[in-house]
Design a protein around this ligand. Structure first.
Ligand code: ZN
Ligand code: ZN
Length: 224
């Protein structure tokens, strides 16, 4: 096995505790040097709404959503968006290096443990056609997913927009599940690669509500 980022050989060592646990084993895909370049969010010191690091109250984004919609999503993320992670995501999403989809499998397994039905925020058809893969399904595809949200084509990717334009983006999700399917689920956890302003996740949640879903909605993202 080699590190999926730098291609150095990986030395794999399972702890006895892990081998004896009931948790599924996910082999590491990043070497310790590459992993050390990413900043794990200290979960003791985050915004209670979106999981933004180094905030000890509801952050300005969550205050905005609370004023606008009366809710702020309960989001939790693993990593802070530092330069190394920006480089990796650029290589994965913009360059289209699909080999990197395994980089965070064990982190995401831990993040999404016991959080309800996992609904991925899938990519829009034009992006899928250009890239040839769905980045969110790539990252979270080793977990049991329920892809019940479809995304229509938007004028411009969120990543290229300024903050104000992101917040004003119109709804582009529709729910493909039937009402009776939705009524059987008590907790939906939306999963996405990146939480920036929360617009995409709030639109996904609104599409579920519009389709008649009345259960709990939370979210998990790789990056905040
Ligand atoms: Zn490496
Ligand atoms: Zn927040």
């Amino acid at each position: 096995m080699r590190c999926c980022l730098c291609q150095r050989p990986l030395t794999q060592s399972w702890s006895l505790k892990l081998l004896l646990s009931a948790e599924p084993l996910v082999p590491p895909s990043l070497c310790s040097e590459c992993r050390g370049g990413f900043t794990v969010i200290d979960q003791e010191n985050i915004c209670a709404g979106c999981g933004r690091p180094l905030v000890d109250r509801l952050c300005s984004d969550c205050q905005y959503w609370q004023q606008r919609d009366g809710i702020s999503l309960h989001n939790r993320a693993v990593y802070h968006y530092n330069d190394n992670l920006k480089d990796l995501m650029h290589q994965y999403k913009a360059v289209g290096d699909y080999r990197l989809h395994v980089a965070f499998q064990s982190d995401l397994m831990g993040l999404c443990r016991r959080v309800g039905r996992l609904v991925p925020l899938t990519t829009e058809p034009e992006h899928f056609a250009r890239r040839g893969f769905d980045p969110v399904l790539g990252l979270f595809g080793h977990l049991p997913l329920w892809p019940c949200l479809a995304k229509g084509n938007t004028d411009q990717p969120q990543a290229r927009k300024k903050r104000g334009a992101r917040l004003r983006t119109p709804q582009s999700f529709t729910c493909t599940a039937t009402l009776s399917e939705l009524q059987r689920v008590k907790h939906i956890c939306l999963v996405d690669d990146l939480y920036t302003t929360g617009t995409t996740l709030h639109h996904a949640a609104a599409a579920l509500r519009d389709a008649g879903y009345r259960g709990q909605i939370t979210s998990r993202t790789l990056i905040r």
